[in-house]
Design a protein around this ligand. Structure first.
Ligand SMILES: NC(=O)c1ccc[n+]([C@@H]2O[C@H](COP(=O)([O-])OP(=O)(O)OC[C@H]3O[C@@H](n4cnc5c(N)ncnc54)[C@H](O)[C@@H]3O)[C@@H](O)[C@H]2O)c1
Length: 273
């Protein structure tokens, strides 16, 4: 059921790689809720071509941009305002990549070139995006920026290696820029800390499948799906949450505040079923 929560709003949605991507679901929901938006991804990701189907389905245009390039981000914000006919009301940062994770390098042995690349792509890109928008004055007053993150920023999950540190930086950038952009234009900046989700980025992590089941058995509501995440993002883009900013918001079925569950104790043989 749609509520027209984003009627008349203009957005930029990054990170829709294929139909499993969280950003893909956000685009579908934002379209259902009446938004118009530009889709963007790294030029290399465009080669797979799947994003064209999403653009058609949501009547959107695509503007390629590598999120590490200030020039390409400047072009993204310039073109998006032209295409959509005005300043931007919401931005989804849904970008994550770690070469160390891809190459299954353990935390004590991280490669620093890969580490730096991960920081640039997955965290500093949020600063670059916000800085470009800030200097161009490309966001409307009360606009909402949401970046996706993971609970390894607060607690240790060994398999998440350098992305744990990178997500901590991402969350800090959201707070710091949230202050400056909030003061000037009442722009909100938040991070959503999502459950493990079966996407290209998610399943690229060693042991992801086992951990997905573990998290599902801990959270009283179970893991939140990509569709659930998209619904939550839509509320954050809407005017209903206009005083929420500089927050890291857990969207994880209660996982992050559950110490242990009966189910996990049963599975461990500590408690009878
Ligand atoms: N899947 C999970 O379990 C999970 C959990 C919590 C948070 N997240 C976060 O959600 C976000 C989206 O990931 P996803 O799970 O939907 O996976 P995904 O692989 O579908 O999306 C990641 C996207 O980042 C894009 N990207 C990579 N490098 C880029 C660059 N240089 N410029 C622009 N875009 C670039 C990719 O092309 C891809 O579209 C990420 O920030 C991820 O860390 C995922």
């Amino acid at each position: 059921m749609a509520y027209n929560l984003l009627k008349g709003k203009r957005g930029i949605i990054t990170g829709a790689l294929d139909s499993n991507s969280i950003a893909w679901k956000v685009a579908e929901k934002a379209h259902e809720e009446g938004a118009s938006f530009v889709l963007t991804n790294a030029p290399i990701a465009m080669r797979m071509g799947e994003i064209n189907a999403l653009a058609e389905k949501t009547s959107s245009k695509i503007v390629p941009a590598d999120a590490t390039s200030v020039d390409e981000l400047t072009n993204l914000f310039t073109q998006s305002q032209e295409i959509l006919g005005g300043k931007i009301d919401f931005v989804l940062h849904s970008i994550g990549m770690s070469v160390n994770i891809r190459k299954k390098i353990a935390y004590p042995e991280l490669n620093y070139d890969y580490y730096a690349k991960g920081v640039d792509v997955s965290a500093m890109s949020l600063h670059k995006m916000l800085s470009v928008a800030y200097k161009m004055d490309a966001l409307n007053d009360h606009a909402s920026v949401v970046a996706l993150t993971y609970a390894a920023a607060q607690r240790t999950f060994p398999f998440y290696t350098d992305m744990a540190d990178i997500k901590a930086l991402l969350e800090s950038i959201a707070r710091s820029f949230g202050y400056h952009y909030g003061l000037r234009n009442k722009v909100r900046v938040n991070t959503v800390s999502q459950s493990p989700t079966k996407t290209t980025a998610g399943t690229g992590i060693k042991g992801f499948g086992d951990f997905f089941d573990y998290a599902d058995a801990i959270a009283p509501l179970g893991n939140a799906s990509a569709e659930d995440c998209a619904n939550y993002c839509v509320t954050l883009f809407s005017d209903l949450t206009k005083m929420v900013t500089m927050q890291n918001l857990f969207h994880d079925g209660g996982y992050s505040t559950t110490g242990v569950s009966d189910l996990i104790m049963q599975k461990a043989g500590i408690k009878e079923a």
